[in-house]
Design a protein around this ligand. Structure first.
Ligand code: PMP
Length: 362
């Protein structure tokens, strides 16, 4: 065909998520496959969320609430922010795209600590903006000074993912405050707190307090992780009103389906499921640390629900051999970390299966 796509699309590579369980099962005729590749909640969905879906089935002939009023209310109550400071989207992924569409002109710059979540780059590429990666310090620690130095007149967005995907490291509150104070008026700070529920460090901030204090930041969260609703696609942002109103201009009216809205409203108040999920995650992290240490493997201490572990120059082969044995983890090459894999903390049984297979292939 002679129809030319937009020039900027030449840069965009197809997104490759972790292999689905069924695909590996079919490919290798495996009975058991354990997927620890997408940082999902191994405890399953919030039971309250699931119950709310059943109740919503009878109304499927209706369009969902375009303004997600009840869900915004539930979020604003939970986080004690104003309703118009909340925007709800079809997964946090959609929010990242919408932020990009709303704020990025061609030639603008975004600052992203590197390595981090790939969707930030996608949003910038889509709009013809330039990604300015800022490397981490030793041990994947954030370097705020380097981020401040990277700001130019063209900078529009500055991303902080804390805890960061794929490293599991976080930005301490005092450092974040230092960054916010140094950021000029023309830059929106996007704080990705997809994993913030898992962070237990005393000096961690989930960023919400800074929205309340009036800083120009947008905090992004998701129902895909601790709430266990990844399949429903619900995410949200909390930001000053001017920011949420700008993003609303590019949002499709019915972007969040009615079952997803109902489930999210129930899940955000399912404290028990959140607690159980956090506890199992903390125990799982300790198990993995212990096993990695015994195997002589270095790992990055995590504030999240995954661990980045260094397997050495043979990492790609080990990753492949694990696949053949029915364990799906994420190979680090996509983040420029060819000696690492990222493993989601699973249930006790899943962690044991992973370690057993790892020992076989090492
Ligand atoms: N931010 C980060 C850091 C993530 O890891 C993910 C999910 N992989 C998202 C955002 C997107 O989450 P959602 O499922 O809500 O699109």
């Amino acid at each position: 065909t002679q129809i030319k796509p937009r020039k900027v699309l030449e840069k965009i590579k197809p997104y490759s998520p972790g292999k689905p369980i069924w695909e590996l099962q079919e490919e290798l005729k495996l009975d058991k496959v354990v997927k620890l590749a997408s940082n999902e909640n191994p405890q399953g969905p919030s039971p309250k969320g699931v119950a709310a879906i059943s109740a919503g089935l009878a109304d499927l002939h209706r369009y969902p609430d375009a303004d997600t009023v009840s869900l915004k209310e539930a979020i604003s109550k939970k986080l004690t922010v104003e309703k118009d400071q909340v925007i709800v989207t079809n997964g946090a992924d959609e929010l990242i795209t919408l932020i990009s569409e709303a704020f990025l002109d061609q030639g603008d710059e975004i600052i992203v600590p590197s390595p981090s979540f790939s969707e930030y780059d996608f949003g910038a590429d889509l709009m013809g903006a330039t990604v300015v990666p800022v490397p981490f310090d030793e041990g994947f620690q954030f370097n705020v000074e380097r981020m401040i130095d990277a700001i130019t007149d063209k900078t529009k967005l500055l991303y902080i993912c804390s805890p960061n995907n794929p490293t599991g490291t976080y930005l301490a509150k005092a450092e974040f405050e230092k960054l916010l104070k140094a950021v000029p008026d023309h830059v929106l700070v996007v704080f990705d707190g997809a994993y913030s529920h898992y962070a237990t460090a005393e000096d961690y901030t989930d960023g919400i307090e800074f929205v309340k204090a009036g800083y120009p930041i947008l905090v992004l969260q998701t129902f895909s992780k601790v709430y266990g609703l990844a399949g429903l696609r619900v995410g949200f942002g909390v930001a000053p009103r001017e920011v949420t109103q700008t993003i609303l201009k590019v949002k499709e009216p019915f972007n969040v389906n009615s079952l997803a809205q109902a489930a999210a409203i129930a899940a955000i108040n399912d404290d028990k499921h959140v607690e159980v999920s956090k506890e199992s995650n903390a125990t799982g992290a300790q198990t993995l640390y212990k096993e990695f240490s015994e195997l002589g493997l270095s790992y990055v201490e995590t504030m999240s629900n995954f661990v980045l572990v260094q397997l050495g120059p043979d990492a790609e082969n080990i990753y492949q051999s694990l696949l053949e044995k029915g364990v799906i983890v994420r190979y680090g090459k996509i983040w420029g970390l060819p000696e690492y894999v990222r493993v989601t903390i699973g249930t006790e049984e899943e962690n044991t299966f992973f370690i057993e297979k790892l020992k076989e292939v090492l």
